[in-house]
Design a binder for this molecule. Structure first.
Ligand code: GLU
Ligand code: ZN
Length: 284
């Protein structure tokens, strides 16, 4: 094990209240930093335009404080758009981006196959002239990018060394139609800028790391290690998710805090994998 201090982060998006899965993730990231005198960072990932609710960021800080965690907050994503634009311009100058005007429906109708993160883009717009007046996203040409970098590996603390397989996700969007970055570009640049050395997050983002590793190689960014932890699931085996309303209905942090539950006691039981009724750790 490396002896250098870990810099970890918790990077919530203010698009819905946090749930127990977030508490588990934040406590784990916090402890992995504190275990060797490192730093635990909070980064608010607030570029998701209309879905972002700025007031939730304050609620997140109250939730973390209630759990008994201490953190250093780094600038929110909305303040870093310039760095996303610069990186995109660099990738564009390398000939690695192409405009895509497809809607979700276009992609479905083009017979896209499912991948680890939804449908794999079938490359419809690659090499196709695009009307500059039409709103377009920019996609990363994975085949060309890999031809530049050669094979890459990355290391997960729980599952070991992985062969990077960005082809499994296909030509992902790096610059959205409405934003100067996608999640992949923003999070990768921010982790580098923040000096994160151990990216701690849920196993649902495991596959995304193949893309992040490729971006690091293309943009000469330092390569951290990752720790993808198992997700919390409910009685029906479904993972807790904001989009399914897990921030409410008993699993939410703010609702538990406001009800007067003991936050540090909850953090302690999460550390012991002693989960509240109805919750367990996914086996994969
Ligand atoms: N902002 C993302 C989320 O709320 C997490 C991104 C990450 O940890 O890489 O799901
Ligand atoms: Zn397209």
């Amino acid at each position: 094990m490396p002896t250098t201090a870990n810099v970890t982060r918790f990077a919530p998006s203010p698009n819905g209240p946090l749930h127990l899965g977030h508490a588990f993730s934040a406590v784990m990231a916090h402890d992995l930093a504190r275990a060797n005198g490192g730093r635990f960072l909070l980064r608010i990932e607030d570029i998701d335009g209309p879905r972002s609710r700025p007031e939730l960021a304050d609620e997140f800080r109250r939730d973390l404080a209630w759990l008994g965690l201490e953190w250093e907050e780094v600038p929110a994503q909305s303040t870093r758009l310039g760095s996303y634009r610069n990186a995109a311009a660099r990738l564009e100058a390398m000939g690695l981006l192409y405009p895509c005007t497809c809607t979700r429906k276009d992609i479905e109708q083009a017979g896209a196959t499912p991948g680890p993160e939804g449908l794999v883009y079938p490359g419809t717009c690659k090499g196709r002239p695009v009307d500059p007046a039409q709103p377009a996203a920019l996609r990363l040409d994975i085949v060309r990018a890999l031809a530049l970098t050669g094979p890459l590996t990355w290391e997960d603390a729980l599952t070991g060394v992985q062969q990077a397989d960005p082809l499994a996700l296909g030509d992902v969007v790096l610059v959205r139609k409405d934003l100067p970055a996608s999640y992949h570009l923003a999070a990768t640049l921010d982790d580098a800028a923040d000096g994160v050395t151990l990216v701690t997050r849920g196993a649902d983002l495991f596959a995304a790391t193949h893309i992040h590793r490729l971006l690091q190689a293309l943009l000469d960014l330092p390569v951290p290690r990752w720790h993808h932890h198992p997700l919390l699931v409910d009685e029906t085996g479904r993972k807790l998710a904001k989009r399914r309303g897990s921030g409410g209905s008993g699993f939410g942090l703010a609702e538990r805090r406001l009800r007067g539950e003991d936050g540090p006691a909850l953090a302690a039981s999460l550390r012991q994998h002693n989960f509240p009724a109805g919750i367990s750790l996914a086996s994969t």
